[in-house]
Design a protein around this ligand. Structure first.
Ligand code: AMP
Ligand code: FE
Ligand code: FE
Ligand code: ZN
Length: 304
C-alpha cells in the first residue's frame, strides 16, 4: 500500500487539474553543471524564475543528479519544474539526442544505460585529452578542475580547460577546431540507438521528444528515420530550437502533423557555456499538459 501511494504521488495525479496556460512561458530544455551547463541545478531554476518563465525542464545529459536540488528551488521560487534528461544516442557515428520527461529515475534499464554512457564518456574524454596532450599542455587534471564532482563529462569540459589554458578563445572556438569530430583528436563514446533510448524512456513511464532534430549533421532528417522513431514510440519533436533552420522547421511541422507528434520549443540553456537564453523558444501549454497526461514515471513539481 505504501508503495502504491508513493507511486500515485510520483505519477502526479494532482497535476491533471493544472492550468498550464496561466503559469507563464514554458521552456522544456536546460542544462546545469551536473552535465555541461555552468549553473548549479537550483540556479537554473532561479534563473528561469528571474526570466519570468512559468515552467522549466531540467534536462542534463545522461543524469538525473540535479533533480533534488532543482526541486527545492522550484518550491522556493514557484516555478513549475519538469524533471527530465537528455539521453545521448547515435545513428552510426552521428550523435542523436532524445529528451525524456517525467520518467522514473529508478527504472532498472534507465539506471543501467545512463551509468554505462557516463562511465564510457569518461574513458572517451580521457582518450581525447591524452591525444590533445601530445600537442598542447592539457592534462586530465585540468578537465577535472572544470567539471563538478560526478558531472556527465563531455567535450564542453575539455573546451573550458582549453579556454583557461589560453589555447582557444571560447567553447565555440574549441568545437570548431580541436574538439571538432574531424579535428584530429575526436573519439566517440558508447551510446544506444535512438530506438533503444526511446524504449528505455517509455519503459520508465516517461515521454520522449527528439531534441534539435536538424542540428549538426542531422542524421534524423534522413528519409525514413523519423518514421522509424515514431514506430519505436517517440512522442514528440523539438521544432522550435535555434539549431533547426527554417526549412527543417517547416518539414518537421509537416511530419509532426502527419505522424501525430507533439511539437515543443526550448532554449537548450547551458548557462555561460552557450549563447542560448532561457525562454528564447517556448512550448505551448496544451503540449505540456499532454506530456504530463501521458507520463506515469514521475510528477511535475508544481507551485504551491
Ligand atoms: P559530447 O556529447 O561530449 O560529444 O559534446 C557535445 C555537447 O557539446 C553538446 O551537448 C552541446 O551542448 C555542446 N556543444 C556542441 N557544440 C558546441 C559549441 N559550438 N559551443 C558550445 N557547446 C557546444
Ligand atoms: Fe550540452
Ligand atoms: Fe542536445
Ligand atoms: Zn541539450
Amino acid at each position: 500500500m505504501e508503495h502504491d501511494q508513493a507511486h500515485d504521488d510520483r505519477a502526479g495525479r494532482a497535476a491533471h487539474g493544472v492550468d498550464w496556460a496561466s503559469l507563464g512561458p514554458i521552456d522544456l530544455h536546460a542544462h546545469s553543471r551536473e552535465s555541461d551547463g555552468t549553473d548549479a541545478p537550483g540556479d537554473v531554476v532561479r534563473a528561469a524564475a528571474a526570466a519570468g518563465l512559468g515552467a522549466i525542464a531540467l534536462t542534463d545529459h545522461d543524469t538525473v543528479s540535479g533533480w533534488v536540488e532543482a526541486t527545492e528551488a522550484a518550491h522556493e521560487t514557484g516555478v513549475a519544474l519538469i524533471p527530465g534528461v537528455e539521453f545521448s544516442s547515435q545513428i552510426g557515428s552521428a550523435s542523436v539526442h532524445v529528451l525524456g520527461y517525467l520518467l522514473d529515475p529508478e527504472a532498472d534499464a534507465f539506471i543501467g544505460e545512463r551509468e554505462r554512457i557516463r562511465v564510457e564518456r569518461i574513458e572517451r574524454a580521457e582518450r581525447m585529452v591524452h591525444a590533445i596532450g601530445r600537442d598542447y599542455p592539457l592534462t586530465w587534471r585540468h578537465v577535472e578542475e572544470h567539471s563538478a564532482p560526478g558531472a556527465t563529462i563531455g567535450r564542453p569540459h575539455i573546451a573550458d580547460a582549453l579556454v583557461t589554458l589560453g589555447i582557444v578563445a571560447d567553447r565555440s572556438a574549441a568545437f570548431e577546431g580541436i574538439l571538432h569530430w574531424q579535428g584530429g583528436y575526436y573519439h566517440p563514446h558508447h551510446a544506444p540507438e535512438p530506438e533503444a533510448a526511446i524504449g528505455i524512456i517509455k519503459d520508465a513511464g516517461g515521454v520522449s521528444v527528439l531534441a534539435h532534430p536538424a542540428a549538426r549533421g542531422a542524421p534524423v532528417m534522413r528519409m525514413g528515420v523519423l518514421g522509424d522513431l515514431v514506430g519505436a514510440g517517440l512522442d514528440g519533436v523539438e521544432v522550435w530550437h535555434r539549431d533547426n533552420d527554417e526549412a527543417s522547421r517547416r518539414r518537421l511541422l509537416r511530419d509532426a502533423e502527419l505522424m501525430g507528434l507533439l511539437v515543443t520549443g526550448s532554449s537548450d540553456y547551458h548557462g555561460r557555456g552557450k549563447p542560448n537564453v532561457l525562454g528564447e523558444h517556448t512550448t505551448e501549454p496544451a503540449v505540456l499538459a499532454e506530456i504530463v497526461r501521458r507520463a506515469t514515471g514521475w510528477a511535475p513539481v508544481l507551485p504551491a
